[in-house]
Design a protein around this ligand. Structure first.
Ligand code: NOJ
Length: 521
């Protein structure tokens, strides 16, 4: 285990309520994760990122944290978390916890205290309490989940919530907030976690004047210059440990240069590559996003990350089967239910798996991606739980469709907090386990194979709409995004392919890993 494991790790995202359910209540739990660690070891991942597992009223599926130092009873206990972290370490798997610094739950002790206090009381200064403009909220900021970003309390003041009203925003200008989070980091680092994923990382610092959003001016709450000091302080804490802990940011920013600032050597180690996630299935666009990623990261010496899916976005098997394969968060809801060809999406997802696992940097696997699960787009309104659905009055279907519990066995009759489609029996772990042509088998082979890869990538000449690149040691990856089969380049051995290769030809939407002739084995 190298000190800089995060530079090339394969990190698997566990969304606890939907990963594995051991107690039969239809909701995943830590006992379920412990029981399935073998699946993750066999898959060949290096680390698990746990989406929030803290006590929470679940107004936003746990991203509304009531207590940052404990485990929600639905999932288990802190002792079980400790055991899980230890057992994972014994299998060579590191753990990353999700830290949510922008906001907490309205059931967090500090917020309850603030609500019980009078306007002007210092305990309110841990949040953003303000008087309104007459009957109107203090400004016109909108919540990401729809509606105003302010809610009025009985004494007339309003508090800020950039997400749901149950998620009040912390005031990061208050030193108590800073020291509280530094202490939370130490709590989990001392307990043995190897890193943190930082939620909504670019939104914590606000313009104290709470100015409106104006074109050409610094945004009042996204990517404020002052944000970096938070992560510099966190990096110093991470470096206090014999094996430094890793900081991984959820930073959604269009500007690559501003994005890279978060990855300077004294800030975060890595951040999710949402440009890559959103890129259409198109050779030129993919090549450009890969080049841009490598270039912007090289400036700060940070490794790139390759991400195809997570718990907030439409699963990529479904996206890649649509006429428009690009992903835009703002259009996620609008595209919901558009026609998709899942066989095509699956073929592309298989090819994409060989691409992401062979690019230099770290790679993320969202639970179920290794099974080729599609988005579940026909959930009934009664079972939908996402605040994006409820707060939009149903106009936005929300993110539940990528959060349906994993199918472990072909018997899908057990309880499940979101129903699993019957077609998932064939996609279950049991069904794919020993199947040579399955997505699971492909992911296992790819994650095992990538361990042999090191060093930079170099683009190779290739036919139109075909991407080909080499890594040192004679490794070549070719992905055919054109509409016709193309001949394979000269090679010594086919290491892995995402589909069958007919007579030396690489079919459309297929990728292959080759060992080339002229290089040392
Ligand atoms: C980003 C998380 O990934 C998402 O699920 C959540 O709703 C928001 N941040 C708010 O915490």
């Amino acid at each position: 285990m190298s000190h800089q494991w995060w530079r090339q790790a394969a990190i698997y995202q566990v969304y606890p309520r939907s990963f594995a359910d051991a107690d039969g209540d239809g909701i995943g739990d830590l006992a379920g994760v412990r029981a399935r660690l073998g699946h993750l070891r066999d898959l060949g991942i290096d680390a698990i990122w746990f989406s929030p597992w803290y006590p929470s009223p679940m107004a936003d599926a746990g991203y509304d944290v009531a207590d940052y130092r404990d485990i929600d009873p639905t999932f288990g206990t802190l002792d079980e978390a400790r055991e899980l972290i230890t057992e994972a370490h014994q299998l060579g798997i590191r753990s990353i916890v999700d830290v949510v610094p922008n906001h907490c739950s309205d059931q967090h002790e500090w917020f309850k205290e603030a609500l019980g206090a009078r306007p002007g009381d210092p305990v309110r200064d841990r949040f953003w309490f303000r008087t309104g403009r007459g009957p109107l909220p203090p400004n016109d900021w909108q919540s990401t989940f729809g509606g105003p970003a302010w809610t009025q309390v009985p004494d007339g003041e309003w508090y800020l919530h950039l997400f749901a009203p149950e998620q009040p925003d912390f005031n990061w200008d208050n030193p108590e907030v800073r020291s509280e989070f530094e202490d939370i980091l130490r709590f989990w680092f001392d307990l043995g976690v190897d890193g943190i994923r930082i939620d909504s990382a670019a939104m914590c610092v606000k313009d104290p004047e709470l100015g409106e959003i104006r074109e050409g001016e610094p945004h009042p709450y996204v990517d404020r210059d002052g944000t970096h000091e938070i992560y510099r302080a966190w990096r110093r804490i991470a470096e206090e440990y014999a094996e430094p802990r890793a900081l991984i940011g959820e930073v959604w920013l269009a500007d690559a240069e501003r994005f890279a600032r978060y990855l300077r050597p004294d800030e975060m180690h890595t951040a999710f590559n949402f440009d890559f996630l959103g890129c259409p299935w198109d050779a030129k666009a993919l090549r450009k996003v890969i080049d841009d990623t490598l270039a912007s990261h090289a400036v700060v010496g940070a490794p790139s990350t390759w991400v195809l899916s997570n718990h907030d976005v439409t699963r990529h098997v479904t996206r890649y089967g649509r006429a428009d394969t690009a992903f835009d968060f703002a259009l996620r809801g609008a595209r919901h239910g558009r026609p998709t060809d899942l066989a095509l999406g699956t073929r592309r997802a298989r090819a994409a798996a060989l691409l992401t696992t062979s690019l230099p940097g770290s790679v993320y696997v969202y639970q179920g991606e290794e099974l080729g699960l599609p988005e579940v787009e026909d959930l009934s309104d009664e079972v939908r739980d996402d605040p994006m659905y409820t707060r939009s009055g149903g106009a936005d279907p929300g993110r539940d469709g990528c959060r349906v519990p994993l199918p472990w066995s072909a018997d899908l009759t057990g309880p499940s907090w979101l129903p699993q489609p019957p077609s998932w029996a064939a996609l279950s772990v049991a069904a794919q386990q020993d199947h040579p042509g399955s997505m699971l088998t492909l992911y296992r082979a790819a994650l095992a194979g990538r361990r042999a890869l090191a060093g930079p990538m170099t683009w190779l000449e290739a036919p139109a709409d075909v991407l080909a690149f080499a890594r040192p040691g004679g490794f070549v990856c070719v992905i055919n995004l054109s509409a016709a089969a193309v001949p394979l380049p000269p090679h010594e051995q086919v290491l892995l392919s995402s589909g069958s290769l007919a007579e030396g030809q690489l079919p459309p939407d297929t990728a292959v890993w080759l060992r080339t002739i002229d290089s040392p084995a």
